[in-house]
Design a protein. Structure first.
Length: 166
């Protein structure tokens, strides 16, 4: 296996391994940033968002919705790419330190295990609507929103693909 592929694979962790990684990072006084999402078709908007999220700390942890979770949230035709593909793509990004798949509809349990210093979501959320915000704030952490890059969304890409076949 290639060196780069090994590095990518090492970033994809289960919840227990994530807790250990975070413990090690915190012992090194690193600031943990957490975000989550489906990240079904990676696009420029995602890359911009993830880079800005990573800039808020030292390590960026991405909670990735499982296939079943994406289907429940987005409908029966989603995800377009399976969770293994989406995790590998996320982990290949230099700004992402770890990817952890979760099966629930929200990342609440994962956030409570990760205990991030900073919780980040997109600009379509408010602090009051971000799952896990109360927990992070109660521990002295920060909750941030990052505005979306206009004109980029997975749904728009999906629509464009579907209409191009007609």
């Amino acid at each position: 296996m290639s060196l780069h592929r090994t590095l990518i694979d090492s970033k994809i962790v289960n919840q227990e391994s994530l807790v250990q990684k975070i413990s090690d990072w915190k012992k090194s006084n690193l600031r943990i940033v957490f975000t989550n999402g489906c990240f079904d078709l990676l696009h420029k908007g995602h890359v911009d968002y993830l880079a800005k999220a990573a800039d808020l700390g030292d390590v960026l942890v991405v909670g990735l919705n499982s296939d079943a979770s994406v289907s429940r949230l987005k409908g029966k035709n989603r995800p377009i790419q399976n969770q293994d593909s989406r995790a590998a793509i996320m982990a290949s990004l230099e700004c992402v330190s770890a990817v952890c798949i979760f099966n629930e509809e929200t990342p609440e349990n994962l956030i409570q295990k990760a205990k991030p210093d900073v919780l980040v979501k997109g600009g379509d959320y408010t602090i009051e609507t971000i799952v896990g915000a109360d927990f992070v704030l109660s521990r002295g952490g920060m909750v941030e929103t990052i505005p979306f890059l206009e004109g980029f969304s997975t749904s728009a890409i999906e629509t464009k693909i579907l209409h191009s076949k007609k």
